[in-house]
Design a protein around this ligand. Structure first.
Ligand SMILES: [Fe+2]
Length: 422
């Protein structure tokens, strides 16, 4: 059972599952952990968060009672339904930027296309130098990243959508540009300082330079790779790190992302099997942006997924990504797949069901009050991203909430139109 406590009430041994308030203000990038050291305890007490959410099944509760948060536990009603009515519509729920006018949009499409063309030429040249074993020069990279950042700032969806439409042949080069734009967009959503945004953009552009040490026959192979070929491909982070280390003026973030973008939170990634608590924010960002662009792009032997399907898929890979960061990544794209479990600031769990009108607000169906461990009558609410009212606090993994049969429960909730409309 979950309980919300004040930061001043936390104590050693408590199991933290989340924070309330802007998670950007709390010093823990990992939001689920046991408080095991006095230092952690002090950091939480000093953190600028409204509340700490703890799991009483995994650790002790507060010493003194908190007002109005304890309720008898109850189980969730499950009403399996044969027709889930689920769809993978993407809804733009979280973007707070003002939309461009038609004319501005057309101009931005032209500008973004030009930026992408220039970037592709520069990356191709840089990667070709790397393939030839030359010491690469990254002089051209910084101004390109600035252009990409400006395009992201004006309307991220335009440059990201164009970058997604790459052919198999140009994948390696445009993938780098796309990851650059995704890193910048995510860094902006995280409110990181400008200098850091620029470094992360450069890191995105250079993260896969080590692929140039891999034979083209493997990179372009139209069939699935065999084990030996996979082993060869998995050497590209270390090759890339060596290439970038030999170049002048490459920032530490780019070296870090290049070497660690294939590591996973559960410590099963490569090349070093480093667990998430020892991975930098930049590396965890790189892992998410890299996979998202890869699975939404046309590649040899792969059919591209839609952005919404890709996000849904990524959220279901246990242990791969930093979940909190992944939910911010979803926010940064303004895409929320229908069927996604979300926690609202009203302290309700809800499932996204669709959009109020295309490209604007999301509709979420409230069904559960987690702080009371109790189901609530289902009802639909509209999420207005640009307004201060009801909003999505986080995108949640159903596995973390202990629902025994999430698919059945989701079907039941989503099929409950009558009660929702009432
Ligand atoms: Fe890679």
């Amino acid at each position: 059972m979950l309980k919300k406590v004040k930061p001043s009430q936390v104590r050693l041994g408590m199991y933290v599952t989340g924070f309330e308030g802007s998670w950007l203000d709390h010093p823990f990038w990992r939001s689920r952990f046991e408080i095991s050291t006095p230092e952690q305890l002090e950091r939480i007490r000093q953190a600028r968060v409204d509340a700490v959410i703890i799991d009483l099944s995994k650790g002790p509760g507060p010493e003194e009672p908190t007002s109005g948060t304890h309720h008898p536990s109850a189980t969730v009603e499950r009403r399996p339904h044969p027709n889930p009515g689920l769809h993978s519509r993407a809804v733009d729920v979280l973007s707070t930027r003002l939309p461009l006018t038609g004319r501005e949009r057309a101009a931005e499409v032209r500008r973004a296309s030009r930026t992408l063309s220039r970037s592709k030429i520069a990356v191709t040249r840089l990667f070709s130098d790397a393939r030839l074993g030359a010491v690469i020069s990254t002089d051209e990279v910084a101004p390109l990243v600035t252009d990409i950042a400006q395009s992201v700032e004006r309307d991220a969806s335009i440059i990201l959508n164009i970058a997604r439409l790459k052919t198999k042949d140009e994948y390696t080069f445009l993938h780098s540009v796309a990851v650059c734009a995704l890193m910048i967009n995510l860094a902006r959503t995280l409110n990181l300082p400008d200098a850091q945004v620029q470094e992360l953009g450069i890191a995105g552009l250079l993260h896969d330079v080590g692929k140039m040490a891999i034979p083209d026959a493997i990179l372009q192979k139209p069939e699935r790779l065999n084990d030996e070929e996979f082993t060869t491909v998995r050497t590209h982070p270390e090759h890339g790190h060596a290439i970038l280390s030999a170049a002048e003026g490459v920032n530490a973030t780019a070296l870090d992302v290049c070497l660690h973008h294939h590591e996973k939170m559960d410590g099963t990634g490569y090349p070093f099997r480093i667990p998430g608590d020892r991975l930098s924010l930049a590396a965890r960002m790189g892992a998410i942006c890299d996979v998202y662009d890869a699975i939404t792009s046309q590649r040899p032997y792969n059919v591209p997924m839609s952005p919404a399907a890709a996000l849904q898929t990524m959220s279901q890979w246990p242990g791969h990504f930093d979940k909190l960061l992944l939910s911010t990544f979803v926010q940064s794209l303004g895409i929320l797949p229908a069927g996604t479990l979300v926690l609202l600031n009203s302290d309700h769990l809800a499932i996204v069901t669709g959009e109020d009108r295309p490209g604007s607000n999301a509709i979420a169906r409230i069904f559960y009050a987690p702080f009371r461990s109790a189901p609530v009558p289902v009802r639909d609410v509209v999420i207005h991203p640009a307004e201060r009212g009801r909003r999505i606090v986080s995108i949640e993994d159903p596995a973390d909430w202990g629902f025994e049969d999430w698919d059945a429960l989701k079907r039941a909730v989503l099929s409950d139109h009558e009660r929702a409309a009432a």
